[in-house]
Design a protein around this ligand. Structure first.
Ligand code: ADP
Length: 370
């Protein structure tokens, strides 16, 4: 009994008849202790003692052997229980190992998540530094640039006649470079301002926005003999200035990257569940699908500057604006086949649905030359 309190055993072989405490009392005692409550008990009992056998079972005996005991049988039975015990221990150990490796895996996962969070914080800081740098640099660059521009103008105004053609050509290069630099700085400023700006969103009527953009770009549209049309467009929630800039960039790109034949630009929208998908479609030079992703990155352009002027900032600004409004932007195009720039914006409950049945103009395409 003392041993049982301290150690696990595989099986107990118990005589039913014993001098002080009989086997059944002993079994009850064994069962009361946590350590031995499930330990198999084999009772050794006399012949013709059916009663004892039944009582033994009721106390949780798992087997009995009739006396006189055949040594081989005893050995065999004990061996079975010892084997069972070993197997059980093995399973327990494996379960523990599993739990342990699970714990280790979880710990490792947690560690890598923390690592990721740390990297994120560092990245955010680096990003903030870069934005700060872009802003300060573009701001501070403006001043010396104005000086260069001012003196270049003075040179042309006051010395043109006294300089030869070559010198005047050089001055033209300076003026041209300054103009490009100004455009770049303006673009950079607009881009970094977008990153920091945070205004309360308000309802914005996109039809009005597209009208404004067309008015703004009137001169360029007329010069290109382009026709800009749009279907019915909804009201969304956002920043009116940014959304105007978005359409302005897309439409002016369509004008810039046109082919020789008459340019048509069409702005339309479709709705799916709680999302608008806007499309700005042109019949211009198109974009090779392999460049479709890259053009949205800042400073990425597909053409030499002397063919199409530009800074490569416009579409990066577009992407930033769309993402800040909770949408995605992409282009569908083939080289030479025109391009369709599409972007999504969340549709808010109660926003005007241009595709809702309209008694006045049921299903009619409501194109309007803007
Ligand atoms: P930028 O117009 O100053 O070059 P953007 O970021 O607006 O810069 O555009 C990046 C590039 O994407 C352009 O240089 C051009 O190659 C391509 N692109 C943009 N819009 C169009 C379009 N409507 N049709 C064909 N190519 C386009």
């Amino acid at each position: 009994m003392k041993l049982l309190l301290k150690e696990d055993v595989a099986v107990i072989v118990l005589d039913v008849r014993m001098p002080d405490m009989d086997g059944f009392e002993t079994a009850q005692f064994i069962r009361q202790h946590k350590r031995s409550k499930d330990t198999p008990i084999i009772f050794l009992t006399g012949v013709n003692s059916e009663q004892e056998v039944l009582e033994g079972y009721s106390l949780g005996a798992v087997d009995y052997i009739l006396k006189p005991i055949p040594p081989k049988i005893l050995q065999a039975k004990v061996a079975v229980f010892v084997e069972l015990y070993r197997k059980t221990q093995q399973v327990k150990r494996q379960a523990e190992l599993l739990v342990e490796s699970d714990r280790k895996r979880l710990a490792a996962e947690l560690e890598s998540r923390e690592e990721l969070a740390r990297t994120n914080v560092e990245l955010e800081r680096a990003n903030a530094d870069l934005e700060q740098f872009a802003y300060v640099a573009s701001h501070d660059l403006q001043e010396p640039l104005r000086t260069v521009a001012g003196f270049a103008r003075l040179l042309t105004d006051s010395y043109r006649d006294r300089l030869d053609d070559e010198a005047n050509g050089f001055i033209e290069f300076i003026v041209d470079g300054v103009a490009r630099m100004e455009a770049l700085i303006q673009g950079l400023l607009a881009y970094s301002r977008l990153k920091t700006e945070d205004k309360d969103p308000e309802p914005v009527d996109i039809e009005t926005v597209v009208g404004l953009v067309s008015t703004d770009l009137r001169a360029a549209i007329d010069a290109a003999e382009a026709v800009v049309t749009h279907g019915r467009l909804p009201t969304v929630i956002g920043d009116p200035i940014q959304l105007t800039e978005l359409f302005q960039n897309l439409v002016s790109n369509a004008i810039k990257f046109r082919r020789l034949d008459p340019l048509r630009v069409h702005v339309s929208v479709s709705r799916e569940d709680d999302e608008w998908t806007f499309s700005v479609q042109d019949n211009g030079i198109g974009i090779d699908p392999k460049d479709a992703e890259r053009i949205f990155e800042i400073f990425q352009r597909l053409h030499p500057r002397d063919v199409y002027a530009g800074t490569g900032i416009g579409l990066a600004v577009c992407r930033l604006i769309v993402e800040r409004h909770g949408g995605r932007v992409w282009v569908e195009s083939e080289a030479g086949k025109g391009s369709t720039f599409r972007f999504t914006l969340p549709a808010h409950a109660g926003s005007r649905n241009p595709h809702a049945p309209d008694p006045a103009a049921a299903h009619e395409e409501t194109d309007a030359a803007a």
